[in-house]
Design a protein around this ligand. Sequence first.
Ligand SMILES: NC(=O)c1ccc[n+]([C@@H]2O[C@H](COP(=O)([O-])OP(=O)(O)OC[C@H]3O[C@@H](n4cnc5c(N)ncnc54)[C@H](OP(=O)(O)O)[C@@H]3O)[C@@H](O)[C@H]2O)c1
Length: 360
Amino acid sequence: MTAFPRGRSRKWPVAVLGATGAVGQMFVRLLENHPWFELTELAASERSAGKKYGEVTRWLEGEPPARAVASRRVIACDPGVVSAPIVFSALDAAVAGEVEMAFARAGKFVLSNAKNFRMEPDVPLVIPEVNGDHLALIECQRRNRGFDGAIITNANCSATVAAVALAPLHQRFQIRQLFLSTMQAVSGAGYPGVPSLDIIGNVIPYIAEEEPKLEREMLKLLGTYSDDEVSHAPFKVSAHTNRVPVEHGHTICMSIGFETTPTPEEAIETMRTWEGLASTSGLPSRPLRPLVVTDAPDRPQPKRDVNAGGGMTVTVGRVRRDAVLDLRMVALGHNTVRGAAGGSVLNAELLAATGAFDTA
Ligand SMILES: NC(=O)c1ccc[n+]([C@@H]2O[C@H](COP(=O)([O-])OP(=O)(O)OC[C@H]3O[C@@H](n4cnc5c(N)ncnc54)[C@H](OP(=O)(O)O)[C@@H]3O)[C@@H](O)[C@H]2O)c1
């Protein structure tokens, strides 16, 4: 078991909002035996509140949760009802704005997966290994909004996968232009998500609101923090997003132009030696390697690589020269683990390790 940080001797109680959905279920799975966090409350809509979690949740895959979790009563997403000081939100965007703000106003830490607050200038949008230092925005958020709580967001699942792959290259060679085209898994649309007759044997070249999200979030993730502000990365991004008949794992083909052009070998060496921010080493959910580069000519593939590093590792392959920009490559990552629940849990671990939860 990973030792508690900062002399702590017991687990922090945590709740999941939207616990019945696709991302909520992944939270339950990742938190069931977490070394630092104790999952004490499960919250969802009024449709589910008051009923047993196991009865209202259509468990999507793997072993259903232990009896102690399955028999727990679902409660309402109301800060007056949820007692945990730390809440993970897997809420639908239609309700996340109002609900998450109410929890932050009530003094709670809200680790959100929804799009609502990601681009607010005083809200951190974080991948710990890439830009964990952006968590410093919390102080500015509290001053601006006059509350003791905090909203911390993780990015759109495709933006997360792309940003992990690109962070070391941008740090060393400065991206000038980025073109990307995604092949996104159906689990990214939640449950029941895309109707089976629309997606089996098909590709849908449209995901509502996905392209602008991917384009703008990428620039905030790869931006730099200084003096209560994140300056967004200055390069141009063009994204095409597609839904494909894959269960889990978003695959992204990218062409990249740089200010200083690396050879494919230099780019591979830069990604292979990248460790991510040192402050993340030793966190329970941090994979040994956040980013791996495969030499296989036909990888990464969702079927073979999506669970690398417990779903927290992004796999890159096919790094080669590009006749239009400088380099091209393919990246793959798990959308509900690294791109959602696992990313949020890692954000919370970094907050715990740096003392943000000491009074929680
Ligand atoms: N799936 C992914 O790969 C992915 C990746 C990154 C981010 N996200 C984001 O994560 C969030 C959850 O996505 P998902 O795929 O898990 O969606 P989902 O399967 O549709 O689950 C939605 C959850 O929100 C709850 N909910 C709906 N209306 C509510 C209300 N009025 N009050 C309280 N709770 C309510 C639902 O509870 P009931 O069961 O009681 O209705 C359910 O627990 C979304 O904002 C999504 O954009 C998803």
